[in-house]
Design a binder for this molecule. Structure first.
Ligand code: AMP
Length: 447
């Protein structure tokens, strides 16, 4: 094969049919579990004004500092060209939408979910891409540990349906209020006075700009120092402690086990109190399949009234990886049931409507309506792994018959043309037909 002229840009990939089976299945599970729990679907745009993310996620986070995919728009009229950014995650955009559409007027909490691509200009590596897919759940407008517990419960259900929950651990922490963290950050800075030079360069910068990030640093030198540093949980106020204890009680009530992780802070500025991640139980943080937490200050930061919220985002590529590792086979609905082969102009005409009728009945049908010989059409049917082939040649047209071939058994028989549709349906079984029912009536203006 010659070298292709173009390839996908670095850090992106085509989701090929083989992987789409998994993506489709994940989306189906997410939609199902979200609807059961009262979530409604929202799709914020793929790009927003950069400020939504700068403010929402925080200037000194990796996502904004290093990973934002910015797009400069054209000049609109007199003004400067606006700068946009492809969404690196959903939460900030959904909170912007909550404010913009006055959703505080709706009964609270407002539960929203979304599924789609996100973009981070990260250094590509295994499980880390520049375009990847997330599903995202948000519960906005009310605060209670029972809401945190219910959100986590929906996620446990989703991972269980995907058959990967037993490969994951739920890591939990409470990072207190903004005031608690402010006091803690001061203590952390004091602790590192005189020790700065023992930190790797990247962490020296973090110490200056976002010291909390030192807690989940992967650098060995930093990890050793952190062991003796003051701990965040010593700075939590009573309310945060009570909140967390109640949440743990509720999780226990729901039969959900979690692992306390005092170093889990999550990268983004907007989190407060509850934070959690689902880790690969064998490799740990490196390949978290998802994470989330409470963001009670975010909506105010984006210009709305103070409004509490909690959310979660999961990475679909990493879930597909886990499903494959666990030997989970996503259902294959792309099988070819019937291949229609024909010869001669009259047969060809007749096959056009036969193909259409089969499809309408929910039979996956491929029609070779070209001019190839019957023999080569049969070879093609074999390559497509069709279960049955229907053959209509000049003789059959004349006799009002058709040949039905069972490809696996390698047997064929001739039958009356008028009987072929019920015969195929009988062979496939009514329950296996790919029909769909619009369960709810839609009303069009002309009805
Ligand atoms: P985060 O909020 O950054 O923890 O992202 C939530 C989840 O999205 C992660 O746990 C990953 O599963 C997934 N994710 C984040 N960034 C990437 C990436 N660059 N490539 C693939 N998946 C990612």
């Amino acid at each position: 094969m010659s070298e292709p002229l173009f390839r996908t840009p670095k850090g992106t990939h085509d989701v090929l049919p083989e992987d789409h089976k998994y993506h489709t299945y994940i989306k189906k599970v997410v939609r199902h579990r979200c609807r059961q729990a009262g979530y409604k679907r929202i799709d914020p745009p793929l790009f927003e004004h950069t400020g939504v993310f700068r403010r929402g996620i925080g200037e000194h986070t990796d996502i904004v500092e290093k990973e934002l995919f910015t797009v400069t728009g054209k000049r609109d009229g007199e003004g400067e060209a606006r700068e946009f950014a492809l969404r690196p995650e959903f939460t900030a955009g959904i909170c912007r939408a909550y404010i913009e559409h006055g959703m505080q007027q709706l009964p609270q909490p407002v539960e929203l979910y979304s599924i789609g691509p996100c973009f981070r200009y990260d250094r590509p590596q295994k499980g880390r891409y520049r375009q990847f897919h997330q599903f995202d759940l948000e519960v906005i407008g009310l605060k209670d540990p029972s809401l945190d517990a219910q959100l986590i419960h929906v996620l446990v259900k989703i991972f269980s349906d995907l058959r990967i929950f037993n490969r994951l651990t739920l890591q939990m922490n409470n990072i207190g209020t903004a005031e608690n963290r402010k006091a803690y950050v001061e203590a952390l800075k004091d602790f590192f006075i005189g020790k700065e030079r023992q930190l790797p360069e990247e962490d020296q910068r973090r110490l200056k700009e976002n010291p909390l990030r030192l807690l989940d640093s992967k650098e060995e030198d930093t990890r050793i120092l952190i062991k003796n540093a003051p701990r965040l949980d010593q700075f939590l106020d009573d309310e945060s402690r009570r909140y967390h204890d109640t949440l743990l009680e509720y999780l226990l009530e729901l039969g959900i086990k979690s692992v306390p992780n005092p170093n889990l802070v999550r990268g983004l500025d907007y989190y407060c109190q509850t934070v959690f991640e689902f880790w690969d139980s064998s490799t740990g943080a490196q390949n978290a399949v998802g994470g989330g937490g409470r963001y009670d200050g975010l909506i105010e930061l984006l210009g709305g009234k103070p409004t509490p919220g909690i959310g979660f985002a999961g990475g679909m590529e990493r879930m597909v990886w886990h499903m494959k590792e666990a030997g989970v086979r996503a259902p294959d609905k792309d099988q070819v049931d019937v291949f229609v082969a024909q010869l001669g102009p009259e047969a060809k005409r007749q096959c056009l409507s036969l193909v259409s009728q089969l499809r309408e009945l929910g039979v996956h049908t491929l029609g070779a309506l070209g001019e190839a010989s019957l023999k080569s059409q049969m070879r093609l049917a074999d390559k497509f792994q069709a279960r049955y082939t229907l053959l209509l040649g000049k003789m059959e047209v004349k006799e009002n018959t058709i040949i039905l071939r069972d490809m696996q058994a390698g047997k064929q028989r001739q039958m009356a043309f008028k009987d072929v549709l019920p015969e195929i349906i009988g062979l496939l079984g009514k329950e296996n037909l790919d029909t769909y029912v619009l369960r709810d009536h839609i009303v069009a203006d002309e009805d």
